[in-house]
Design a protein around this ligand. Sequence first.
Ligand code: GUN
Ligand code: FE
Length: 456
Amino acid sequence: HAHRTTAAISHVFRGTFIHSTQKTAVQILEDALLGVNAEGKIAFIGTGVDLHKLAQAFGFSPSEVTQLTQHEFFMPGMVDTHIHASQYSYAGTALDLPLLQWLNTYTFPVESRFKDLDFANRVYTRVVKRTLRNGTTTACYFATIHSDASLLLGQIANDFGQRALVGKVCMDRNEGVKHYKETIQESQEETSRFIAELLNKKYPLVKPIVTPRFALSCTGALLGQLGAIAKNNNLHIQSHISENVEEVNLVKELFPESESYTDVYHRHNLLTDKTVMAHGCYLSDKELDLFRETGASVSHCPNSNIALCSGLLDVRNVLNHKVKLGLGTDVAGGYSASMLDAVRRTLDTSKVLTIQDPEYNTLTFEEVFRLATLGGSQALSLDDQTGNFEVGKDFDALRVNVAAPGAPIDLIQCEEPKILLEKFLNLGDDRNIVEVFVAGRMVVPFTEPVDSCTAE
Ligand code: GUN
Ligand code: FE
């Protein structure tokens, strides 16, 4: 399936490349050559090729090749399938209440402030920079109910070069904080305006995503309208599902005609192959079958599931149902904006389930690496463009130096690439991520002017 493009080669790297394929959770290519073309796409990748023949065939000079060191490798950029950009200001605090009280006490009052574009600019600049710095090359964002602030988030992601799905949040029901909601008409009109204006900007890497907050904050009528908007414009959809027991019980009361929480979304045309639903801790096997049939995916948010005492998602069971699954930070229910944290919490959750049942088929670090990269891109239906190092995809990549100065990993001896990957996933941080590329453009270290906030 390697297809040739005619675009000129803009960078060539030589060294270790680690990525996932459908068949292999961790595929390691040592002393490989990877070429990126002027469109930011992977033009070639291979091992054991003659550099001079390759250079001639693709029209680049062997002297332009960037050689990685022994402790370095490239891996695909990580995909955060669920993050609330609007909650970043209080990340790391306010984790003392269960979901529904947490929303009323902390979340809705803060989200109300995004009517103020200056506040929105400060928060959104910080979250885009922080996530890119941590290796999130693709983010699926919730903003707030405010269209203009949500458009600003799209602009900021575009300016810093992050691939993003951006959702203006929709909610026409809110018993807890009565002023933080829309009428059904506002929600529908503002969603249409947000989509039209964002598409009009023609940002190459930023797309709108239809975002009913969750069943409890939407009337059935609004859910139906949002399903229709998504269908008519062939758009992505995101929401929350089955995160917490109290929430699941209230959904049953509010939608008595529905057979299940999943059915609430399904009957409003919100389950499609471009839908991603966060959490899903309490989905039944029958509901997971409906996910598979419709092609909808699950975003696993383990930090948030534990921090808000919501539940433990059985990822193995979701995968056994052949449902697409990616990882999410769920800032600020999850306190960390780093996908490395999501990787670790995913492994921890799987090990807690193993403590509870020693027969449990524990996730391996190799599988979780795939979920953080290729799995996430599949969950967002962006895997034709990103997720691994297949020829023709965009070059979204992290240059990792396991022995980077100041970073928290001590290498006592030379280690093979798989050990380097495992150490990075378990012990590393942004100091090990020396460069980040999105669609072939180096976005870390930052090349854009820094934001206006003085507390840099
Ligand atoms: N369910 C509805 N809204 C939210 C939110 O903002 N965060 C989380 N974790 N769950 C939700
Ligand atoms: Fe969430």
